[in-house]
Design a protein around this ligand. Structure first.
Ligand code: EUG
Length: 609
């Protein structure tokens, strides 16, 4: 429990830290989480360093010494100490803090900390020579999707965050910047404030993640520039053979060896647009990326409540034209009212003492006592621009939503200072915060998985996915926490599957629920935009149109770029030839079976197959 007493690190102490302005929040949030913790901080390791597949101890030792000689002994660290799940701002890069299978299963053998793109090239060439799988991470947050854990146990994690955390350029005229993988939303925001620039960043619900990493995982934020990948411009990439590539206009040399002046201005350049291939992929290591910023503007956040569970399809229908007409300025969130209970940071036991999911009538009873009153759905939106524009937009939005009977409207000034809307207003103005962590207090030792399908922004489609969620969460006895990020043509329907890390039973039910949700949604034609590393194989294989044409295309590219199969094997379901069809793909109940001390690694090593 010693860590509980420590203050979490600040940004000036640690690249993964929090800004001073959030000091008391960070400490409170950490204390609250630790006060709910019943599991020990760490347990003794059952085995020593987990070796990469097909590697002898002797061969591994020689490879590690060789790498230490190349990038410095202190920059290659064995993963041989007790594993600590820690907390959001003391996040491990040794394993998945939100472990689904055994904590010690999805672990690295070692972590390498490169300082530069050149050192990343050195590591990649080393991995090819010694045939060791690499797992690059930026800062390794990726919460609910696997954290910093490698898919193949014993991979060497390449932690780009620790030493490659420079903001290389901020161009106020172009409203853009260039970042390395270790630049967090917190850091980028603070730097813009330090320089007093009239610019906004766009951040997701939590501010500790990597700007670059989130964009290439195609994450979402909540200003008008919330589509992070769509707002990146230009990349510098190390390919799996160690060669270097610049995409976009960066492919054209600048004068006298300078960066190309148009690199952060025009995304595609000439010829096929290659950047997409380096998002959610294992085709290269992105070491620099351009990011577009937003010009500072006026903004007004607000919320609507809707009375009935059954209003859901009608709400979605009302949002669609508003979003398509760009009356809605950002990606709003629609949350079920149960999320109003968990975002208070109070544990489930505060609201309900029974076992099993919290019943609907109990949620209703408690909602009645919240400032927003009894309701079923809560819509969090923000309008941008000048006051007159915001007011006229709000009138149009109110007219549309008030057609749903019993709808209510609230401004931040209508709600107490601790209401979540105040935190939401910050996120929607590009100010990164920590508040969203609070629903992790729902149960002791809480971890979570995200189920993240995409549906059209149409009531009927949304209802199909919602009903699947209701049915299967009930079947597995798990609370249903839906948050929908709604755009004009599609919505990210995110459910948060919260489980107690110390309970194998909860882990098994959560994993089984995920598996069945993915299958049931795919059966209706709905697919995930992103998933946990343990479910990547299953999700990738739901995209099977034309006899798996997409996966065959991806595999062709993977084999051409990475013939030795060293780069992030299994990432997003893409396996290099060396691993393919040898028992690595998790397509059945392997995950559930590995919970409680097993492994997801196939029994036979690759060469013996
Ligand atoms: C959220 C949104 C996501 C995601 C995970 C979580 C929101 C949680 C839009 O994508 O992948 C409140």
């Amino acid at each position: 429990m010693s860590q509980a007493l420590n203050s979490p690190p600040t940004l000036s102490e640690q690249y993964r830290g929090y800004p001073e302005r959030l000091a008391s929040q960070a400490q409170e949030s950490k204390n609250r989480l630790y006060s709910n913790k019943t599991a020990p901080e760490s347990v003794p390791r059952k085995r020593g360093v987990r070796l990469p597949p097909d590697t002898t101890q002797d061969g591994f030792d020689r490879a590690i010494s060789a790498l230490q000689q190349q990038i410095g002994q202190q920059n290659v660290v064995l993963n041989d100490k007790p594993l600590i799940d820690g907390w959001y701002l003391d996040h491990p890069n040794t394993h998945d803090a939100f472990h689904v299978v055994d904590q010690e299963d999805l672990v690295s053998s070692a972590v390498a900390y490169p300082e530069s793109t050149t050192e990343v090239q050195t590591i990649v060439k080393w991995a090819n020579k010694y045939s060791i799988p690499l797992w690059p991470i930026s800062m390794g947050r990726n919460l609910g999707y696997g954290g910093g854990a490698p898919r193949v146990p014993g991979s060497v994690v390449v932690d780009l965050g620790k030493r490659m955390n420079k903001i290389l350029n901020i161009d106020p005229d172009n409203a853009s910047c260039v970042v390395e993988p270790g630049v967090s939303y917190f850091e980028l925001y603070e730097e813009i404030q330090r320089r007093k620039l009239p610019l906004w960043i766009d951040c997701p619900d939590l501010g500790g993640g990597s700007v670059l990493g989130n964009a290439i995982d195609r994450g979402v934020g909540y200003t008008p520039m919330g589509d992070h990948f769509a707002n990146h411009c230009g990349m510098e990439i190390v390919l799996p053979n160690g060669e270097l590539l610049r995409t976009g206009m960066g492919a054209m040399p600048g004068k006298y060896g300078a960066d190309n002046p148009t690199w952060q201005s025009f995304q595609p350049a000439y010829g096929p647009y290659s950047d997409g291939m380096f998002s959610q992929s294992n085709f290269g290591i992105v070491c620099q990326m351009g990011v577009w910023l937003m010009r500072e503007t006026g903004h007004q956040s607000y919320l609507f409540t809707f009375p009935r569970d059954e209003d859901f399809p009608e709400i979605v229908e009302a949002i669609r034209p508003l979003a398509q007409n760009r009356i809605l300025g950002n990606i709003p969130q629609l949350r079920h009212v149960v999320q109003e209970l968990n975002v208070t940071g109070l544990p489930k036991s505060h609201w309900y003492s029974g076992t099993g999911p919290i019943p609907r009538d109990v949620v209703r009873k408690h909602a009645r006592n919240l400032p927003t009153g009894e309701c079923s759905w809560v819509f969090y939106g923000t309008q941008y621009g000048d006051l007159a524009g915001i007011e006229s937009q709000l009138e149009i939005i109110k007219t549309a939503f008030f057609k749903i009977k019993g709808t209510k409207f609230f401004l931040p000034s209508d709600l107490p200072p601790d209401h979540y809307l105040h935190s939401r207003a910050k996120v929607c103005a590009g100010i990164p915060v920590l508040r969203e962590l609070d629903w992790l207090n729902w149960k002791p030792n809480a971890a979570h998985l995200f189920f993240s399908p995409i549906t059209p922004t149409k009531g009927a489609d949304a209802k199909v996915v919602h009903d699947i969620n209701i049915r299967l969460h009930e079947k597995y006895g798990i609370d249903l926490f839906p948050t929908l990020c709604v755009a004009g043509r599609e919505m990210h329907y995110i459910t948060n599957i919260v489980y107690d890390r110390s309970s194998d039973d909860e882990k098994r039910r959560s994993a089984a629920l995920m598996r069945e949700l993915i299958a049931a949604a795919a059966n209706e034609g709905y697919g995930e935009y992103r998933t946990h590393i343990l479910f990547a194989d299953q999700v990738a294989r739901t995209y099977s149109w034309g006899d798996n044409a997409l996966m065959r295309f991806n595999e062709t590219i993977k084999d051409a770029l990475d013939p030795n199969g060293i780069l992030a094997p299994g990432r997003n379901g893409i396996w290099p030839k060396k691993y393919r069809g040898k028992g690595w793909e998790l397509l059945g109940d392997e995950t559930e079976r590995a919970i409680g001390g097993g492994t997801i690694e196939p029994k036979k090593t690759m060469s013996r197959l």
